[in-house]
Design a protein around this ligand. Structure first.
Ligand code: SAH
Length: 256
């Protein structure tokens, strides 16, 4: 189970924090680290020193440009946030997150990503809106922001605690429904926005949080791959009705 939990660090600016996060992960038995557009060199003397022997995780880390790339294959993406945001999102406590993992990971197809933000500004609203849920580590409200590696430590500990308590999840039968991956969900949201523009329902110049609300609704539902394909089929037919003269794009044709 632990090998299918990925820690994603976005825009980290201190190599020491990358090393500290690697140490926290290795202590708790996690190994899958992804760095999204780090704002520092990932492997420096500081990294190695703070990693205290866990720098192999940084050597093996995948470095990518976008959050989408880092979590494309994940079926549950949870963003760690020190602050509450304007559009409330489903929240989970660190303990409840851990307890949810054995079931989430009972299908070997499923992967979980825990996403952490920048030391100075955290995660952007756009990044948080790409997550199924947010997790807040309860802290002193007057001083709520933990050091990045400390935040990784707390959540990695909850993962380990749940694993120790529940053991390896029993693997579900292979005919269990496949959940949509992050990548499939993002393709769906792109398609949804295009169709809503085509029928005049959505004006990108006056978004009024429409797409954010539709994202929250869809992500809360945890759609299966098959259900998302049905929705995409409906969108393709809607687009065809709205603009019969427009040829289907490659992407559209694949889902007609
Ligand atoms: N100054 C930033 C916080 C940066 S701390 C802000 O105000 O948002 C770096 C990252 O550690 C955060 O983006 C978040 O992912 C994680 N983190 C820090 N404190 C946390 C907390 N109390 N709960 C959950 N995540 C936290």
């Amino acid at each position: 189970m632990l090998e299918r939990i990925r820690i994603v660090l976005i825009g980290t600016s201190h190599p020491g924090n990358i090393g500290g996060a690697a140490r926290a992960m290795h202590n708790m038995g996690l190994a899958d680290l992804a760095l999204v557009a780090p704002r520092c060199e990932a492997l420096t003397a500081d990294t190695v020193s703070r990693a205290s022997g866990a720098d192999a995780l940084v050597h093996d880390a995948r470095s990518v440009e976008t959050l989408e790339e880092a979590v494309a294959d994940c079926t549950l993406v949870v963003g760690a946030s020190a602050r509450s945001r304007t559009l409330p999102w489903p929240m989970v406590t660190p303990r409840a997150l851990g307890e949810r993992l054995p079931e989430e990971l009972s299908s070997s197809e499923n992967r979980v990503a825990l996403v952490f933000g920048r030391e100075d500004s955290g995660l952007t609203n756009a990044e948080l809106q790409r997550c199924h849920a947010h997790v807040h580590i309860p802290t002193n409200p007057d001083f709520s922001s933990l050091n990045l590696a400390a935040a990784v430590q707390v959540l990695a500990y909850e993962c380990r605690l749940a694993w120790l308590e529940h053991g390896e999840p029993p693997q579900e039968a292979s005919d269990a429904p496949t959940l949509a991956s992050h990548e499939e969900l993002e393709h769906y949201f792109t398609h949804l926005e295009r169709a809503l523009i085509a029928i005049g329902f959505h004006d990108p110049a006056q978004p009024r949080q429409l797409m954010a609300r539709l994202r929250r609704f869809t992500l809360r539902a945890r759609p299966e791959r098959m259900e998302l394909n049905i929705l995409r089929g409906i969108l393709s037919s809607t687009e065809k009705l709205a603009h019969p003269e427009r040829p289907a794009t490659g992407e559209r044709a694949a889902h007609d």
